[in-house]
Design a protein around this ligand. Sequence first.
Ligand SMILES: Nc1ncnc2c1ncn2[C@@H]1O[C@H](COP(=O)(O)OP(=O)(O)OP(=O)(O)O)[C@@H](O)[C@H]1O
Ligand SMILES: [Mg+2]
Length: 259
Amino acid sequence: MIELDAVHYAWPDAPPALDGISLTVREGEKLVLLGANGCGKSTLLKLMNGLVAPQAGRLLYQGEEVTPARLKQGAFARRFRSEVVLLFQHPEAMLFNPTVRDEIAYGPRRLGLPDAEARVARWAAALRLEALLDKAPFSLSGGQKQKVALAAILALEPRLLLLDEPAANLDPWASGWLVDFLLDCGKTVVTSTHNLSMATELGERALVLGEGGRVLFDGALTKALRDPALLETANLVHRHRHRHGSSFEHAHPHTHDWK
Ligand SMILES: Nc1ncnc2c1ncn2[C@@H]1O[C@H](COP(=O)(O)OP(=O)(O)OP(=O)(O)O)[C@@H](O)[C@H]1O
Ligand SMILES: [Mg+2]
């Protein structure tokens, strides 16, 4: 579905955010991106979405190289933009339409799809957003915005879903809905998360990024989660002091959500 071949990317005046990433994601695969703050997860998702271009190496979508020039060509751009979608880590960045209804309809309308209204109805119902359809997206709560942003990308019925911390603002019902949807949808999904206890619900394969945008691990998620040395190197577990009563204090690495 998507392939990266020795991809490098550095933001202006910054050290590499992605440093020689090679990766193949097959159709139907569910990949979970793990790594500490600033290790390059969002940059990698933006690159897979064609929003930033590799400065060295190559990005391929279904065997075809994705370049800024190629993304200016109508037919390819249209296919790529309808099949590959990114849910931004901060959904406010995606929301700019006057109403939730227009926000969800925006992508299908832009692609000239005849059933935009039906898609709005379908995804608003799925995510229980019907009561919000005439509201302005900026007036919504953080979690409501996240659900609208999710509905807006799902309305495109894409083939490759790129989700950047999708459950960060969601309540338990919406997180559960998302997990069920991802399990059943049969789509290819790449999801970043810091939530190690939820990671196993999001996919079966992990890509763990370390400092400077290097791959520390690519393989079975359960294997990564049972590797304390890897988790500590990747700063996915933390060390802080515990008090037991008044007399005993000790420190050891652990997470707060994964045993
Ligand atoms: N728009 C930008 N302009 C300049 N530098 C950026 C930009 N976005 C990210 N960076 C830098 O690139 C590096 C990787 O950032 P990125 O947002 O990809 O990390 P992340 O793994 O998603 O972190 P987090 O867990 O905090 O979301 C960081 O050093 C960051 O400062
Ligand atoms: Mg990020």
